[in-house]
Design a protein around this ligand. Structure first.
Ligand SMILES: [Zn+2]
Ligand SMILES: [Zn+2]
Length: 229
């Protein structure tokens, strides 16, 4: 991401300007030794000057940007040329926005790293650590799941966890039904289907184990055996 501060027609550059630009390219972009005027046989015209070039920590599709002119999302560009003034989607500050899963993954890694340290180092860091955590804005992706899959699976489970076969641990306050969580054996994020066959009603312990336990691969592959009987 960068701020565009200037535009020039490449064909209108003075000799001095071209010499200066090429010397800058040699210095800063040694892989491209001079300004190109053609790509794949097509003439290039636009020379754009930018400042504040920044690398974004997450990838954002251009579809996350809205045009200033009509407030509609920007379409993916299929050809070069053409441009619009854009805004980030409301409430999304592009630079600071973090994808939620990425935040969790990185945190998980940091915890493992910290666990490897000796108590003294951990205590040293704790003594100097800010007492209130930094607040960040995240974006997350989710699935609009089929309510009938959830209903059918809960009926099939009939109040018992389909992995450990124990009674649901408590009744829900909202409707006094047994509390079970409907899990996808092959995760939706891994391309699993939102179908009755790919789902099981689990107690919270088994559900966590299915996601984080050492047996998660076993649980995944034995779904058929485990859900019968
Ligand atoms: Zn269970
Ligand atoms: Zn799950």
């Amino acid at each position: 991401m960068a701020d565009i501060v200037g535009w020039e027609d490449k064909n209108g550059l003075s000799k001095e300007r071209l010499t200066f630009l090429n010397s800058q390219i040699k210095k800063n972009q040694p892989n491209e030794d001079e300004i190109y005027f053609q790509v794949n046989g097509k003439t290039c015209v636009n020379l754009i000057s930018i400042v504040n070039l920044k690398k974004l920590t997450n990838q954002l599709s251009v579809g996350n940007l809205i045009k200033a002119s009509d407030k509609k999302p920007l379409k993916n560009r299929t050809r070069s040329g053409g441009w619009s003034y854009v805004h980030a989607l409301p409430l999304l500050s592009i630079e600071k926005t973090i994808v939620k899963d990425q935040l969790y993954d990185e945190f998980e890694k940091s915890v493992s790293q910290s666990l490897k340290d000796d108590d003294e180092s951990i205590n040293d860091r704790l003594a100097n650590a800010p007492k209130f955590p930094e607040k960040v804005q995240t974006i997350s992706y989710d699935y609009r799941r089929n309510e009938d899959v959830v209903a059918a699976v809960l009926k099939r489970a009939n109040g018992k966890c389909e992995l450990c076969k124990l009674e649901a641990p408590f009744l829900k306050a909202s409707n006094s039904s047994p509390y079970l969580e409907v899990h996808h054996w092959i995760l939706l994020s891994e391309g699993g289907e939102d179908t009755v066959d790919n789902a099981g009603a689990l107690c919270p312990n088994c559900h966590k184990e299915a996601h984080f336990g050492q047996n998660q691969e076993y649980i995944k592959s034995n779904k058929a055996i485990k859900t019968i009987g």
